[in-house]
Write a protein that binds this ligand. Structure first.
Ligand code: FAD
Length: 442
């Protein structure tokens, strides 16, 4: 039987980073098992017929000094900084992102409705504001931005993305993701084309070659030989005997386990789990993202990186353009697009139906013109796409994570820790986990 100090489930950025940092700071042995034949998880890319597609746009926003230095070092000579060009398409008009600060260009009636609702939120008597603390995302959005902005963008867009009633969601996730412009900016952006860049992703970094796969590849290349076992799925885990059964390998015995696969899937692999833990895991909620990648002839939407679609008549919530991140993502003179659909993770979908709807809608909104020929279509489904911050989430995590900790499991990364986070954070999670294990095991 293979023996290791640390067994890591999943070769996405969090798993790769854990092994990389364990090698760097400890003498512990570590093995990663990854079910796919490539590393990277949701930060992987596929290359076909001269096109490189990610699992929808994967752009680097670097905030932590250590994370920034490591990622810049890993991708040395293969990174470009890009100023975001993000847009919203509604009322047959393109307006700049974020909607709440950029209603200029929309029909007057829509601008008036958005401004009137927004001004009401400011001038409402303080007593009325104090009556109820906003708790749900829906209440918070309404009380912060008013009726018009919610009706024309925040509600329909977020309902499309999250696939549930916004009154069931908390506000814990939105801090950095929903920009809150000043009153003067909302007013200015209603009468002028406001070019100020708002939000956490005003500029980003992206590899010049190889798509985002370059990042997990670079991290994998710094691991020890045979440390990353690709094409090997974990089938069950026994936390009492500290053994995991891995497809095409058999049993691996470990001292500590690091989980980066979606928390609910992980719990279902653990043998003899107490009923209260199994029941709690049932309440973890997520959506699934279905990414339709298209390679087309001709250059589409020059200078735009992605466009949000709040309106129901468009079946997708966002469309983006990989060729604008790096010209190497498409052959010369061609374009590569990603079209993002969201569904409740429990829903059944028919990709062929979604594809027909997508192609028609892309023509309706004139992203695709009659002379753009489809050269390649590639669906990349992400079963667990966005973790949902509903009112059950914290309670469930408070039941699950201590149980796992007591049984020697660190559950980290976007899906292991069940959170809304980014690539840099996944890498930092791996570093922190390695430091913790070194302290406990060395
Ligand atoms: C639609 C979308 C857009 C995003 N855009 C951005 C962006 O622009 N910028 C950004 O920084 N971040 C973005 N992210 C987030 C980013 O993808 C993640 O934060 C990061 O890649 C998560 O890494 P991870 O290692 O935690 O998880 P994952 O990448 O999910 O890794 C988990 C790994 O476990 C493997 N696995 C699953 N089950 C098993 C099993 N039984 N046995 C063995 N292996 C298994 C999976 O194959 C996977 O490789 C986006 C995410 C999504 C879904």
């Amino acid at each position: 039987m293979i023996k290791t100090d640390v067994l890591i489930l999943g070769g996405g950025l969090a798993g790769l980073s854990t092994a990389y940092h364990l090698n760097k700071i400890s003498g512990l042995s570590a093995l990663i098992v990854e079910k796919e034949k490539y590393p990277g998880g949701t930060a992987a890319s596929i290359s076909k017929q001269g096109f490189t597609f990610d699992f929808t746009g994967h752009l680097l926003h670097l905030h932590d000094p250590y994370g920034k230095k490591l990622i810049q070092d890993l991708l040395k000579g293969n990174l470009r900084e890009i100023n975001r060009s993000a847009w919203i398409y509604s009322h047959e008009t393109l307006t700049r992102y974020p909607f709440q600060a950029n209603t200029y260009g929309l029909p007057d009636s829509v601008i008036n409705e958005c401004l009137f609702g927004f001004l009401k939120t400011i001038h409402r008597p303080p007593s009325a504001k104090k009556k109820k603390t906003p708790t749900s995302f829906k209440d918070w959005a309404f009380e912060t931005f008013g009726e018009g902005i919610c009706r024309h963008f925040l509600f329909p867009y977020n309902e499309k993305l999250w696939q549930r009633k916004l009154s069931t969601m908390t506000t814990e996730w939105q801090g950095r993701f929903v920009p809150a412009p000043k009153v003067s900016e909302v007013l200015y952006g209603a009468v002028m084309d406001q070019t100020k860049a708002f939000g956490y992703n005003a500029s980003f970094l992206y590899p010049t070659k190889g798509g985002i796969q370059s990042l997990p590849n670079a991290l994998s290349s710094r691991l020890k030989k045979k440390q990353l076992l690709l094409g090997h799925e974990a089938l069950w885990i026994d936390l009492k005997t500290k053994e995991a059964f891995i497809k095409k390998i058999g049993l691996i015995s470990f001292k500590r386990l690091v989980n980066t696969i979606p928390l609910n899937d992980f719990i279902s692999l653990v043998k003899k789990t107490p009923a209260r833990v199994l029941n709690a895991a049932e309440d973890l909620s997520s959506n699934s993202v279905y990414c339709l990648n298209l390679g087309v002839s001709g250059r589409v939407m020059p200078e735009k990186h992605w466009i949000y679609f709040p309106e129901k008549k468009y079946p997708f919530y966002r469309v983006g353009f990989y060729h604008q991140f790096a010209s190497s993502n498409a052959p010369a003179g061609a374009s590569s697009l990603y079209v993002e659909f969201s569904r409740n993770s429990k829903s059944k979908v028919r990709l062929s139906d979604m594809e027909s709807l997508a192609l028609k809608a892309l023509k309706d909104c004139k992203i695709l013109k009659p002379d753009n020929q489809i050269l390649i279509k590639e669906w990349l489904p992400i079963k667990c796409g966005y973790v949902v911050y509903d009112f059950k989430r914290t309670k469930v995590l408070n039941a699950l994570l201590p149980y796992l900790a007591q049984n020697g499991v660190e559950s980290i990364g976007r899906y292991g820790a069940w959170k809304y986070s980014f690539m840099e954070e996944a890498i930092m999670d791996g570093k922190k986990c390695a430091e913790k294990l070194k302290g406990n095991l060395c």
